[in-house]
Design a protein around this ligand. Sequence first.
Ligand SMILES: NC(=O)C1=CN([C@@H]2O[C@H](COP(=O)(O)OP(=O)(O)OC[C@H]3O[C@@H](n4cnc5c(N)ncnc54)[C@H](OP(=O)(O)O)[C@@H]3O)[C@@H](O)[C@H]2O)C=CC1
Ligand SMILES: O=C(CO)COP(=O)(O)O
Length: 402
Amino acid sequence: MKKPQLATNLSENLEKLNVNREKASKLFADVIEKAVKKSKPDTPAVLETDLDNQLANQPAPLKIAVLGGGSFGTAMANLSSKNGCEVTLWVRDKRSVKSMQKTHINKKYLPDHKLDERLQFTHDLQAAVKGKDLIFVAVPSAAFRETLQKIAPFISAQAIVSLTKGMEKDTFALMSDVIADELPNVAFGVMSGPNLAKEIMNNMPSATVIASQSAALRLAVQTALHSAFFRVFASDDLIGVELGGALKNIYAIAMGMAAAYDIGENTKAMILTRALAEMSRFGVQAGANPLTFLGLSGVGDLYATCSSTLSRNYQIGNMLGRGMSLDQAIKKLGQTAEGINTIQQVNEKAMKAGIYMPITHALHDIIYEDKAPLGVALNLMEAGFRSDVEFVMPHQVQPTHN
Ligand SMILES: NC(=O)C1=CN([C@@H]2O[C@H](COP(=O)(O)OP(=O)(O)OC[C@H]3O[C@@H](n4cnc5c(N)ncnc54)[C@H](OP(=O)(O)O)[C@@H]3O)[C@@H](O)[C@H]2O)C=CC1
Ligand SMILES: O=C(CO)COP(=O)(O)O
């Protein structure tokens, strides 16, 4: 069928817009970079005046270790090094370390980016963490506990910040629980937000949240990372911020899968919003403040991860939606997709605790019980009457029409 002229023009314009969008964002990033370089040649690009004052009073640059040389650990190490901190990136693979020392490029995870010249690399954990002020841990959740156990003998006054967005397999522990278990006397925090590593490496303006009970730790992380490209907001709701980052991966898989069926914008909006309802419902049961889910680490990260093909969780969902098996999709991805484990953990926990999580249960049925996606989606649509935002109007079971 011939498309009407108006629709053709519109779709052509949209295509052009999409092609130009990436160029435009890069242009925006370049403009900011030039402005920052012009105004402050050798100082960290910090926007907030009070933070500027803090930095001026800082006797020496912060000493930082970043553990984990994947895309996110590398991006954060690079950012803090560009911000004037003394940063060492710990990578487990000796050969990768040698190559990074020589080229300042992380060939495996971020091959298109030259890293800050001042950034140091090591595969020696003790050398990485000893005498540092802050340790950012950016290894996958499956390696988190073993990494902390290895650094425990070298920890004295360092503070630990988890960048990992997952849950420990079988124990349902969040990374903050693992830190409290393994390093009980250490100040800690979690950082989470809409932070696709490749966009950050391209200097596309982004923001995140540092959550900690320690005000000094929150300020240290803001000082280390806050820049003209990257705003760091603060929170003291550790559980809410951490759960936002972990749970949204489930829904990014669901959205990636749904996208394989060419869903419309109404459907995307419904999935996203009902996902947020599930996340906040689960969060409140775990002790989080429901309002935290309206922040960057909640709806912000949910939106970024559910909309971007850069998200590895979205990619896994999309491959599954296109008919690949889970094993094939994991192999093809070759990077971390925390959501695969998180679905299992949250599904089990929600069943045990009686928390209503229909999207998570549906996804679990498709991925782990081999149920047909369309049948499962239809069942979801036929669920009974519920209230929209249950914190506004609590859900009550209504009589259903037969
Ligand atoms: N990428 C992103 O945009 C963001 C990621 N995150 C979170 O950060 C965490 C890490 O993700 P990301 O950097 O993307 O992951 P990647 O898949 O890019 O890299 C994983 C890194 O962890 C290393 N690693 C794997 N297993 C171990 C182990 N047992 N001991 C030590 N190192 C290990 C890998 O080493 P090797 O190459 O040798 O296997 C690799 O350097 C995840 O929880 C993710 O959710 C958070 C925000 C954004
Ligand atoms: O957490 C992320 C963005 O905020 C990255 O998501 P993925 O792990 O799905 O790539």
